[in-house]
Design a protein around this ligand. Structure first.
Ligand SMILES: *[C@@H]1O[C@H](CO)[C@@H](O)[C@H](O)[C@H]1NC(C)=O
Ligand SMILES: *[C@@H]1O[C@H](CO)[C@@H](O)[C@H](O)[C@H]1NC(C)=O
Ligand SMILES: *[C@@H]1O[C@H](CO)[C@@H](O)[C@H](O)[C@H]1NC(C)=O
Ligand SMILES: *[C@@H]1O[C@H](CO)[C@@H](O)[C@H](O)[C@H]1NC(C)=O
Length: 893
């Protein structure tokens, strides 16, 4: 076996071939429009992209956009050569069947969504004939929520190339009047600012963003692929009546309630803060910073308590104390001393806080519990169900519990359920440089209670959304919608009863039936859609809390509404049937988190998959079945020498084996996700994503461009070499890993057996055998279930066998490696240090004396048996290795 990394000529050939294919690609997005209409906070956005295939032969054209997570897609259509193909919203299970059928017929089917921090990806593609055009049109809808006194409309634009006719049009209509309008986001910065125009009238506002082709190439958020950024429009409305704004159209009503004539209520707040070991580093640092600011923001007549917990529970003071200057100073000193260590006793900590607040008089005040944690309970009561029961019983519905989940190691479902059961809400805090601001901004939302025990009543109506709210905060808004059943009503009356401090307040209003529809006429049936949107959202939350028949009923109702209003919700899918190939694609609302049925570890839909689809121009099977016909790696490489299309083609294995659990609602729609927007410097075809711990608190990760056989690690001075053979295109990991050490050791691991040879001695192990030790000179092998622990000289490597979604693959984890010996390979050097460059719009890291663009992503850490989801800075491969993939490609492992 050759130890020198033999460059692969074939690989070079492949490269040329890909470049050639890319160069010939002539796809012209000649028009890209985003048209957004907001009527009384209900936003409907239509994205229209017109694309021409300027090439002399048919080719795949892609459509990829990002939409806000909170929105539901409600329409998607493609128009090709005058014919329109509408996507259909179907029950998820039914859609899945079509999908599987399409796959079993050997057609490639694609995945159409992924998760980011505030946005979701929608992507699809279609084959367009020579010199033909296609129009993609996607519609999504959402009810804008008022936070901190503003509604925020987020529009992402990333057309993938400069576009001759690029337009974003936003029209906001609020019949009570618009009181504030701000345009922000990366697309409204210096170079592009003059492409934005805002027009305001009393009840209407128009925002237009019409950048020229040149502007799309030369801005902060631009690359040679054109614009890439957000337009954020923030506004607020006039509030003419304290009793709220009532609107009726076609028998549906909506009531927006946000009174301003009340005084703030002093609050009793207890902060329950996780200081377990996992909070170590940046998280605990950011928590301290946020807490110091929050403490400064407390009003003098607020009462507060602090509980920090890990394996044990530490209370700052046994009682709530007034937020006097002295007390706040003392609390700050306490906060500065918070250190992270130990396990997570959520149950004990929350019950302690409840006890503390219960001992304090509630009269004339608003009580609030805020829990911040980054992990699952590991100490005291650890059964999530028990904890939920205990907490619910202790709080007894008296005040809300808000749960903040820091990062992705925490079971968000658990926190979500616990907060919903206690009139609160859960929020994820993303591990990022702005985590302290996220914490603070959440606190600000609940910092000023104005009313408690809010009850809204209506007469002659049915199917009304939630009407009781534990607290109403300054800067927020209560929205209730319903259906008017009584046709003989002369007027629709509303009554709101609530507590302000300790006085009861009543707000009455009525709208004469004669006035019905005045506002609705112009904008059709937005109120009924708004009602459906709100109802589905609330039902989805309720499903989490209900059991048995009630749960089934809620699910049924949510499904029926989703189908009727064509919303792509967690219960439905969008089925896109493609014209020529008769191909089916299914888009599902992505789920951010998925609990394993067995353990408490989560996975989120992630992007560890790869993106290369090598499909011959004709109608041929998926690359996987293709590979099966050509088992030898050489022939497989040859099979790639066909026109290459970028995009995701699902392998049939992934599709048939994905986990789908409708009844449990945990919705494990585990299709492989495509990577988030690729960094411009890394090519679109990639094999695997490598996660690398670094001397810094946050790991980095990078995508390895595609090569079948790669050098994982090369350490000349110690004569240690590790090579890997990738599963195949679309795989999760390695099929084979081979290690050479000194002239005479060779260890060959496949997903079934492990062969070790040492001079003339040889030994075979199998992955399912019992704990085995094997020792020779300078070499120790320990085999336990699905893990082989290898020590060779001063190198320690663990090879893990992962079984996931029906696929079995190997993953190497370097546990120890000499820092003083330089090594190369796609796994990189022993230690990589970076600096986050502060104050840049897109995150930038300084890495190896280079400034590189980075994006924060999450992925599975296959270096650990449980493959937990972790966050990392995604940087270009070349930035880490300082080489190109051809330097690491080898002929055989
Ligand atoms: C945007 O959509 C609205 C509602 O469908 C329509 O009336 C308006 O003409 C559209 N605007 C543009 C610029 O296309
Ligand atoms: C288009 O294709 C036809 C037939 O394949 C060929 O004869 C013609 O030269 C091509 N035209 C261009 C402009 O490439
Ligand atoms: C609510 O917030 C607004 C804006 O920050 C502020 O002007 C107003 O005074 C606040 N209301 C009360 C009751 O403090
Ligand atoms: C508000 O309306 C309710 C009936 O809807 C009525 O009983 C009550 O007296 C009204 N209160 C005020 C203050 O008008």
């Amino acid at each position: 076996m050759d130890k020198a990394a033999l460059r692969l000529t074939l690989f070079g050939l492949l490269f040329t071939c890909v470049n050639f294919a890319a160069a010939k690609k002539k796809i012209d997005i000649y028009s890209f429009h985003i048209n957004c209409t907001v009527t009384s906070r209900y936003a409907t956005t239509v994205i229209t992209s017109r694309v021409a295939n300027a090439l002399n032969k048919s080719q795949e054209v892609h459509f990829e956009v990002k939409i806000p997570k909170n929105a539901f897609i409600s329409e998607f259509r493609m128009t090709i050569e005058g014919k329109t193909y509408d996507a259909i919203v179907k029950e998820k299970e039914e859609a899945q069947q079509e999908y599987s059928q399409a796959v079993s017929r050997g057609e490639s089917a694609g995945l159409v969504s992924a998760v980011g921090r505030t946005l979701e990806d929608f992507k699809t593609s279609v084959t367009v004939a020579a010199n033909s055009k296609v129009t993609f049109e996607l519609t999504y809808e959402e009810l804008l929520k008022r936070r901190l006194g503003k509604y925020e409309l987020l529009i992402n634009a990333q057309p993938m190339q400069p576009v001759a006719d690029f337009k974003i049009d936003v029209h906001i209509h609020e019949s009570t009047g618009i009181s504030l309008l701000e345009v922000k986001g990366g697309l409204n910065t210096k170079d592009l600012a003059n492409a934005v125009t805002t027009t305001r009238a009393q009840e209407d506002a128009w925002v237009k963003f019409y950048p020229t082709r040149d502007q799309q190439k030369n801005c902060d958020d631009c690359t040679k692929n054109g614009l890439n950024g957000n337009l954020v429009i923030m506004y607020d409305v006039e509030r003419t009546k304290q009793s709220g704004d009532l609107k009726v159209a076609k028998s549906y009503f909506v009531h927006y309630f946000a009174p301003t004539d009340v005084q703030r209520i002093p609050k009793n707040v207890v902060f329950i803060i996780d200081q377990s070991g996992s909070m170590q580093g940046k998280k605990i640092q950011q928590t301290r910073i946020a807490m110091l600011r929050i403490l400064s923001d407390l009003a003098e007549d607020d009462n507060f308590g602090l509980i920090i917990f890990s394996s044990h529970i530490q209370v700052w003071k046994p009682e709530l104390l007034k937020a006097t200057a002295e007390n706040v100073e003392e609390a700050k000193r306490f906060v500065k001393e918070i250190r992270s260590d130990g396990a997570t006793d959520i149950n004990g900590a929350v019950l302690n806080a409840v006890n503390m607040i219960n001992r304090y008089p509630q009269e004339g005040s608003a009580s609030i519990l805020i829990l911040l944690t980054d992990g699952d309970p590991t100490k005291g009561e650890t059964n999530p169900v028990k904890i939920q029961e205990n907490v619910k019983k202790a709080i007894g519905g008296k005040y809300p519990l808000y749960c903040l989940g820091f990062g992705f190691d925490v079971s968000f479902k658990f926190l979500e359920k616990m907060s919903l059961e206690n009139n609160g809400a859960a929020r994820r805090i993303y591990e990022d440089s702005d985590a302290d601001l996220q914490l603070q901004s959440f606190y600000e939302e609940v910092a000023m209670p104005l009313l408690t025990n809010v009850q809204l009543n209506y007469q002659g109506v049915a199917n009304v959304t939630q009407t009781t709210f534990s607290q109403y905060y300054n800067g927020s808004e209560i929205v209730v919608a319903g259906y008017i059943t009584d046709n003989s009503l002369e007027s629709l009356t509303t009554e709101v009863i609530a507590l302000s401090k300790s006085t009861k307040v009543v707000y009455n209003d009525s709208l004469l039936t004669d006035d019905f529809g005045n506002d609705g006429l112009e904008h059709g049936n937005y109120i009924s859609r708004l009602w459906a949107f709100l109802t589905v959202k609330q039902l989805l939350a309720k499903i989490m809390l209900l059991k048995g028949q009630e749960k089934d009923n809620a699910k049924k109702e949510a499904l029926e509404l989703s189908l009727k209003y064509k919303f792509v919700t967690p219960l439905t899918s969008l089925v896109v049937t493609k014209p020529q190939e008769d191909e089916v694609q299914v888009a599902v609302k992505p789920n951010e988190e998925k609990r394993h049925s067995s353990g408490r570890k989560q996975k989120i839909t992630n992007w560890t998959g790869m993106l290369l689809a090598a499909k011959p121009a004709g109608n041929r099977p998926s690359p996987r079945s293709h590979a099966r016909q050509h088992p030898g790696s050489r022939s497989r490489l040859k099979s790639l020498r066909v026109p290459i299309q970028y995009g995701l083609t699902m392998s049939s294995r992934t599709v048939t084996d994905y986990h789908y659990d409708f009844l449990d609602y945990d919705m494990g729609f585990q299709l492989r996700k495509t990577p988030q927007k690729p960094l411009t410097t890394s090519p679109p075809w990639k094999s695997i994503r490598i996660l690398k711990s670094s001397g810094n608190a946050q790991p980095i990760c990078y995508d390895v461009p595609f090569a079948l056989n790669v050098r994982l690690q090369q350490n000349d001075p110690t004569e240690f070499y590790m090579n890997g053979e990738l599963e195949t295109i679309g795989g999760n990991g390695f099929k084979q890993i081979v290690i050479f050490y000194k002239p005479n050791h060779q260890l060959r691991l496949s997903t079934t057996i492990i062969d070790y040879s040492y001079g003339s001695e040889s030994k075979t192990f199998s992955w399912d055998q019992e704990l085995t030790h094997h020792e020779t000179e300078h070499v120790s092998l320990v085999l336990r279930s699905n893990e082989m622990d290898i020590t060779m000289g001063n190198m320690r490597i663990v090879i893990l066998l992962h079984k996931e979604d029906g696929s079995v693959f190997l993953w190497p984890a370097v546990r120890q490696q000499p820092k003083d010996v330089s090594s190369s390979g796609i796994l990189g050097e022993a230690e990589i240090l970076y600096e986050v460059i502060p104050g840049t719009q897109t995150p930038m890291l300084k890495l190896k004396d280079q400034e590189v663009k980075a994006s924060w992503v999450t992925m599975k850490d296959y270096r650990l048996p449980a493959a937990p989801v972790v966050g990392c800075w995604l940087v270009p491969f070349e930035a880490v290795t300082q080489k190109t993939i051809s330097d690491f490609a080898i002929t055989q492992p």
